[in-house]
Design a protein around this ligand. Structure first.
Ligand SMILES: O=P(O)(O)OC[C@H]1O[C@H](O[C@H]2O[C@H](CO)[C@@H](O)[C@H](O)[C@H]2O)[C@H](O)[C@@H](O)[C@@H]1O
Length: 277
């Protein structure tokens, strides 16, 4: 498979660095919109064909493969089907934007503490949604955070705008952070984001290069962390899908693909290049 179109010099350098020395590289990817297509019901998300095999093939030669997601770590492992998948015995899943860490090797999850504000927001949310005239917004209770989805409502974008300010206020008053995403507003613990998660991953592995794949606003923090580390010598490839139409992310990416199938193509091209070196 040929090298994908890499739009930037930094991205080309990142690609070459991973190919030249995969043992010091990290492959890190978001789940929804990157490995799995966006669907109406979050419980129905599944990776596209070939996604896990592509990660497993890379895992043979790179230092670490990780999934970095807004999902709880155990939900992501279950939906993705990574447990027991051949070749993914060293996979790490960083859930809740890095609050949780699941390691395939032990099957265990460790977590930073969950602030009390999550329970308070949980109790206030149904009344607030009724007051705002959007009682049917779907609340995905992720235990350590609450995601309010509008995708299945008659006017998803209008409902999202109705909710934005009141949920921002609810987040502030419960000392949580409001995380906007694709037709979703999430109330989640502060002090952690995908940028912190990626920095921890780089520190724990001592990696000298990384490929990070994302699609949504929550991935911007990871992109910024990678861009900052590039100044200190990290080589990196920032890959984006158009799944969420997150303009800022797409503009900052080195490689842009349409959807998770495109991600599989890029990951496969990378492992082909490693195998051919
Ligand atoms: O970091 P991610 O793995 O991308 O998780 C971010 C959020 O993804 C999920 O919501 C998104 O995907 C759903 C299923 O395709 C879709 O219905 C929804 O509209 C999208 O926003 C997930 O449900 C959230 O909990 C995650 O935070």
């Amino acid at each position: 498979m040929s090298t994908p179109t890499i739009q930037t010099d930094a991205g080309r350098e990142g690609w070459e660095a991973i190919v030249a020395d995969p043992a010091t590289a990290v492959i890190s990817t978001d789940f929804d919109g990157v490995l799995a297509p966006l669907v109406e019901d979050p419980a129905q998300s599944r990776p596209v064909d070939g996604a896990l095999d592509a990660l497993a093939r890379l895992a043979r030669s790179v230092n670490q493969v990780a999934i970095v997601t807004g999902r709880p770590a155990l939900v992501a492992t279950e939906l993705s089907g990574v447990t027991g998948h051949a070749g993914l015995g060293q996979l790490v899943v960083l859930g809740h934007y890095g609050l949780e860490r699941w390691e395939a090797a032990s099957g265990r999850v460790t977590s930073d503490p969950v602030p009390a504000g999550v329970a308070e927001a949980r109790s206030r949310l149904p009344g607030l949604l009724r007051e705002l005239g959007v009682p049917d917004a779907f609340v995905e209770d992720k235990e350590s955070s609450l995601a309010v989805h509008t995708r299945r409502l008659a006017d998803p974008v209008g409902a999202l705008e109705t909710l934005r300010t009141p949920l921002t206020e609810l987040a502030e008053s419960t000392e949580l952070r409001l995380e906007p995403g694709n037709l979703v507003l999430e109330l989640r613990p502060p002090g952690i984001d995908k940028g912190v998660a990626v920095r921890r991953l780089l520190e724990s592995t001592g990696a000298r290069s990384i490929l990070y794949a994302g699609d949504d606003l929550g991935d911007l923090a990871a992109y910024r962390a990678v861009e900052e580390q590039r100044k200190a010598g990290l080589r990196a490839v920032l890959l984006a899908t158009r799944s969420s139409n997150a303009t800022e992310l797409i503009e900052a990416a080195d490689i842009v693909v349409d959807d998770p199938t495109g991600v599989v193509t890029v990951l496969t091209a990378l492992s082909d290049a490693i195998a051919a070196r």
